[in-house]
Write a protein that binds this ligand. Structure first.
Ligand code: C2O
Length: 554
């Protein structure tokens, strides 16, 4: 019999070793610990009336609620991107060695189109609402055990499911029709719909294996205080099928997650951390996500270069999505970021699916990419082709999310200090291009607005060049004279740029942007003709080619 690998199946399963010691991946410097911070109290009142969030409500269809009208308004897409599923190639681990993580090859003649048409709707609930040992826990663990025990060549096998993620997210495929271009479902507008379908079929497989079509996956409600640690069902002992040994040992319960975590940072006071996290959510979902492409990344069509070689992800994919990956994962005994810490291995940790259920919960939708399609193996191990347009209404997929509170709506960041004396700093032309190996300050001129239309000022950091196989994080501040005093819940901290290790050897040449009109207003700097920008590298040096401020029509 041909070996599994000769048949195109991945066989190099790395077992978790009990003698494993987390080491710091070699490519990071721990530049600094979390700043020493003082606890400041509550948000001012009057800024949290529901009316303030109309825009968010329009844009963000929590759980897809706002998406149904789009399905009725299909627009033909000239060029949907599609991977060449027939030819799966090795992915790359962050330590630069190739890894075969190809799921069983798809035979195109067997693929059937699938249109969801559920008649009952199950509710996905927060993972922290379940107890170890409960009936739900028993069902869930039994589904995962059964999945892990399926034949290694069964596409529904737990490791093969993880391989589906690896091949699609770590460039195991090239684009159909463009064999020189790698295909990827990260760092573009494919991120949300692809992961929605992926979690959907994973859930279907669970239902099928335990013969219970009411079973749902839980969501990791990391955007609410009760969900801000690894839920206990995932941490109930080394032998639990929901446990994964490649999680950062410093981040096990009761450590509170840090949605702006950088490698090497130590946990801070939980109360402060929760406040910071809520403000991070506010920043990412409200301050920085005003248009569809802010929210979920750029268009990606047939013939486009691999996402993130030229473009970047949407705000939510970077933070909190990427950060939750790096916060949860760790490195293996070869100092290789692994499991949640890198894209190729992420879905080996069962908590991945709860993480992505939460991303799915805060999904939103827009037209245009409706006709892009993907192939998955369904619960009967048959290949099915699905389109983005068919996943917009999640009730047709047979699930929705429990209506939990959204506490970050009230967590608007506050200026750390008004009326600071800003240090003088060089002009970008004197500084860039630069290899960012230490913090830098620059003074950026604000352009004059032409015309009278309403437009918004955008700070653009351009030409960010890095090896995509490396962990990357850069924190960005505006008009801040003391970054050590500045927390994630301060307005001066604009946010970060991040990369999760993935893909083949290619240099990303991305840019990242921050909306600053509202921020400058809140910092009392509306009339200044210049701003101070501080960049703090939190990873290995990254080359940056420039910074500018431009206007974007709003
Ligand atoms: Cu495809 Cu959170 O990753």
């Amino acid at each position: 019999m041909a070996s599994l690998s000769a048949m195109g199946y991945a066989t190099n399963y790395i077992p978790c070793s009990t003698s494993f010691f987390p080491k710091k991946p070699p490519q990071f410097n721990n530049r600094r610990r979390n700043p020493v911070v003082k606890f400041t109290c509550k948000a001012k009142n009057g800024e949290t009336s529901p009316g303030k969030f109309d825009r968010r409500d329009v844009l963000l269809g929590l759980g897809g609620l706002y998406s149904t009208s789009l399905a009725a308004n299909p627009m033909a897409l000239a060029n949907p991107v599609f991977p060449d599923y027939k030819n799966c190639i090795d992915a790359t681990q962050p330590n630069k060695t190739p890894i075969n993580c190809c799921p069983p090859p798809v035979d195109p003649s067997r693929v059937k189109d699938f249109f969801p048409s559920a008649t009952t709707v199950n509710i996905r609930k927060p993972a922290h609402s379940f107890e170890v040992g409960s009936d739900y826990y028993k069902k869930y663990t039994s589904a995962i055990i059964k999945m892990k025990n399926l034949s290694p060549s069964d596409p529904r096998n737990f490791r093969q499911q993880a391989n589906v993620h690896c091949a699609n997210c770590d460039e195991g495929y090239t684009q159909s029709g463009s064999p020189k271009l790698f295909y990827s479902v990260h760092n573009s507008w494919l991120f949300f719909p692809w992961h929605r379908w992926y979690v959907y079929f994973f859930e279907k497989i669970c239902q099928n294996l335990i013969d219970d079509d009411t079973f749902t996956l839980p969501f990791w409600n990391w955007d609410a205080p009760e969900g801000m640690q690894i839920p206990s069902i995932y941490n109930s002992g080394l032998t639990s099928p929901l446990y994964d040994c490649f999680r950062n040992p410093e981040h096990l319960p009761p450590t509170v997650i840090d949605l702006e975590w950088s490698y090497g940072e130590k946990p801070v006071d939980p109360k402060i951390q929760i406040e910071n996290n809520l403000s991070t959510m506010y920043k990412q979902m409200i301050t920085q996500s005003k248009t569809p492409s802010d929210f979920f990344g750029k268009a990606y069509r047939a013939g486009d270069d691999t996402p993130d070689v030229k473009t970047t992800a949407g705000q939510i994919e970077k933070t909190p999505h990427n950060i939750m990956h790096s916060w949860t994962g760790t490195s293996d005994d070869r100092s290789n970021p692994v499991d949640l810490g890198a894209l190729y291995s992420s879905a080996r940790d069962p908590i991945f699916y709860a993480h992505h259920a939460n991303i799915d919960r805060i999904n939103f939708t827009d037209r245009d990419w409706l006709f892009t399609s993907f192939i998955f193996y369904n619960e009967e191990a048959k290949p099915v082709r699905v389109s983005i347009k068919d996943c917009l209404d999640i009730t047709k997929l047979g699930y929705k999310y429990e209506d939990v509170p959204i506490p970050w709506l009230d967590a608007k960041p506050k200026p750390r200090a008004k009326a600071k004396t800003l240090p003088s700093a060089p002009d970008p032309a004197q500084v860039f291009p630069i290899t960012l190996d230490k913090p830098i300050n620059v003074i950026v001129k604000r352009p004059k607005k032409s015309g009278t239309g309403s437009s918004e000022e955008i700070l653009v950091i351009e030409g960010i060049e890095y090896d995509r196989r490396n962990y990357v994080k850069i924190n960005v501040y505006i008009n801040e004279d003391d970054v050590n005093a500045c927390r994630s819940n301060n307005t001066e901290f604009l946010g970060s740029f991040s990369n999760l290790p993935h893909g083949h050897q290619m240099t990303a040449n991305g840019s990242t942007k921050f909306r600053i009109s509202q921020v400058l207003e809140e910092l009392g700097a509306r009339d200044y003709d210049k701003v101070l920008v501080t960049l703090i590298p939190k990873s290995n040096p990254v080359k940056i080619n420039g910074i500018k401020i431009e206007f974007e029509d709003s």
